[in-house]
Design a protein. Structure first.
Length: 248
């Protein structure tokens, strides 16, 4: 199982001070350097979300990351003409279509793939024709997985946010939903990834979900980096993923 590190929150920190001043010699932290640190520490992918409101990652970041990321660049994007056009210029390795709402603090809920088939189909086709592998960030629900299969995407990313925030019985129910969804998607031939809200504490639950190829983790790694540094935070997560998978 691979770790993709979402570095949006490093850009959030930079924008808090240097929005509109990215050419300042004082501008920090450098997300390009950060991506390299993550890769050297064992990340096998770098994930960024270019939001329509550009609240964290900027166009320039994505262009530069395309040049420098040695593992795999995964671009998360909403299905809007402007951002899709940019994705077609940047040509990330993977593109993950996500729902986007300007008022949300972070991506809330999965993409309604089954309700938006008509709007998603041309975007999926355009990205795939350009050689980009496409993923859909969806709820762990059979209807959404069937829609992903019909749309012909290579991958799905199961939204783990509800599980991450659940307590007591609900936690087990959510895990069961994730396991069922992962089995179903795998049986349909889809690559199964997962992300949102994963941290060192809830990782053990996530690792009981079968067939996961990649976890995309951002906020908890960046938070941990405040205390132990980015390189150590990534190493720690990579080690925890391996250790828990082996059941040690
Ligand atoms: N995967 C997707 C599709 C996301 O939108 C996000 C949040 O940007 C993540 C993974 C990472 O979530 P977190 O920051 O909670 O680890």
């Amino acid at each position: 199982m691979r770790l993709g590190v979402n570095i949006d929150h490093l850009a959030t920190l930079r924008q808090a001070r240097y929005a509109g001043m990215l050419d300042s010699p004082n501008c920090e932290p450098d997300v390009i350097v950060a991506a390299g640190v993550c890769e050297r520490a064992g990340a096998e992918g770098i994930t960024v979300h270019l939001r329509a409101d550009r609240r964290h990652i900027q166009d320039r970041d994505v262009h530069r990351l395309r040049e420098t990321v040695m593992t795999k660049l995964n671009l998360e994007l909403g299905n809007t003409p402007e951002i899709v056009q940019l994705a077609l210029k940047i040509l990330p390795d993977d593109a993950c279509l996500v729902p986007e709402n300007r008022r949300e603090v972070t991506t809330e809920g999965g993409l309604d793939a089954s309700g938006q088939m008509k709007m998603l189909a041309p975007t999926v086709q355009r990205l795939q024709s350009a050689g980009v592998r496409v993923s859909l960030f969806i709820e762990p629900a059979p209807g959404q997985i069937e829609a992903a299969k019909k749309l012909g995407v290579e991958m799905v990313e199961l939204h783990t946010g509800t599980f991450a925030n659940a307590r007591g019985d609900e936690r087990e129910q959510e895990l069961a939903r994730l396991r069922g969804a992962a089995n179903f998607a795998h049986d349909l031939g889809l690559i199964v990834n997962a992300g949102h809200g994963i941290n060192l504490t809830n990782l053990a639950g996530i690792l009981t979900v079968p067939h996961l190829a990649e976890l995309n983790i951002g906020h908890s790694i960046v938070s941990r980096a405040v205390f132990i540094g980015l390189e150590n935070a990534v190493r720690e997560m990579v080690a925890a993923m391996g250790r828990d998978r082996e059941g040690k």
